[in-house]
Structures are given as C-alpha cells and as structure tokens.
Design a protein around this ligand. Structure first.
Ligand code: FES
Ligand code: FES
Length: 164
C-alpha cells in the first residue's frame, strides 16, 4: 500500500476483474464497489453492521462491506451480487428465491443472496435451525422471513428436514 495525496493504492479483484485503485483511507468497501466501480447491487441500509444488506464475499467469506475499509481488502477477491447471474441464467440461489417468492421489495436481497452463496460455496453442514442462525444477521422489513427461509432451505437441500 502506498499513500499518494491522502489516497492509498489498493489492488482488488471484483467479480473476476482486477482493479488498481487510489482510494481515500476511510472509504468502506461498500462505497468502493458502489461508487468507484458502479456495482450498486450491493445495498447500504444501516451502514453500521446491523442489517446485512451490504454483504459481499471477501475471499469467499461473507462480510459486511459497510464495516470493511477498502484498504483492508487490498489483495482480496471480492464477489458482489452482480456476480451471481450468468447473462440470463440465474444462480441457483437466485432461482430458488424466485421459485419460492422469497423477496418483496428485495432491498435485503443482495445480503441474503451472498450470505447463502457463501454457505453453498463453503459446503456448510446445516439444519433448518442452524440455517436460521446463519441468516440471523440479515434483516428483512417485508417478508416475515418464511419465504426467504423456504428459498434458502430449497437451495441448500434442507426441505425434507424438520425444524430441529
Ligand atoms: S449496511 Fe452494512 S450491515 Fe447494514
Ligand atoms: S423484501 Fe423488503 S426488506 Fe426484505
């Protein structure tokens, strides 16, 4: 990292594209992907780590991008919600949410989708109960969560299990 005129050089790979950027020291990763890179699919709700709407994957792990400084992500591989669909083909987690009418306004969607993608990618061993714990950091103001959980359970293969 080199400081230049109060900006700091960072190299990050976002959705498969390498970027070399000069960013303010206090810029969050959420601001970086939205404002520097134009990836506005990552939503900002609370901006202090509570709602989960800003969740992205940093080196494969779900992270709240409002709590990560861009400079902390130097050298990292970032995935945002824009990485999920392949042209007109939805990612399995997106399709599961469509099939289960998962979202209403969908402000919370990018956070849920990326949190669940991390569970899929990391082959998390889950029950319906532990899935709820994994998703408990993502808030939704519309749905009451049942439809989101149905989509998550479907894509994670938990539909045949009890709630325990
Ligand atoms: S905007 Fe990051 S957790 Fe709410
Ligand atoms: S669907 Fe509106 S906040 Fe979740």
């Amino acid at each position: 990292m080199n400081s230049t005129n109060s900006r700091i050089a960072v190299a990050i790979t976002v959705n498969g594209t390498a970027h070399e950027l000069q960013v303010p020291a206090r810029q969050t990763l959420a601001e970086c992907v939205r404002e520097e890179l134009g990836l506005t699919g990552t939503h900002l709700g609370c901006e202090h780590g509570v709602c989960g709407a800003c969740t992205v994957l940093v080196d494969g792990q779900a992270a709240r991008s409002c709590l990560v400084l861009t400079v902390q992500a130097d050298g990292a591989t970032i995935e945002t919600v824009e990485s999920l669909a392949n042209d007109d083909t939805l990612h399995a987690v997106q399709q599961a949410m469509v099939d289960n009418h998962g979202f209403q306004c969908a402000f919370c969607a990018p956070g849920f989708l990326m949190t669940i993608k991390a569970l899929i990618d990391n082959q998390a061993v889950l029950t319906k109960a532990t899935l709820r714990e994994e998703l408990s950091g993502n808030l939704c103001r519309c749905t009451g969560y049942a439809s989101i959980l149905a989509g998550a359970e479907a894509v994670l293969g938990l539909t045949g299990e009890s709630n325990a």
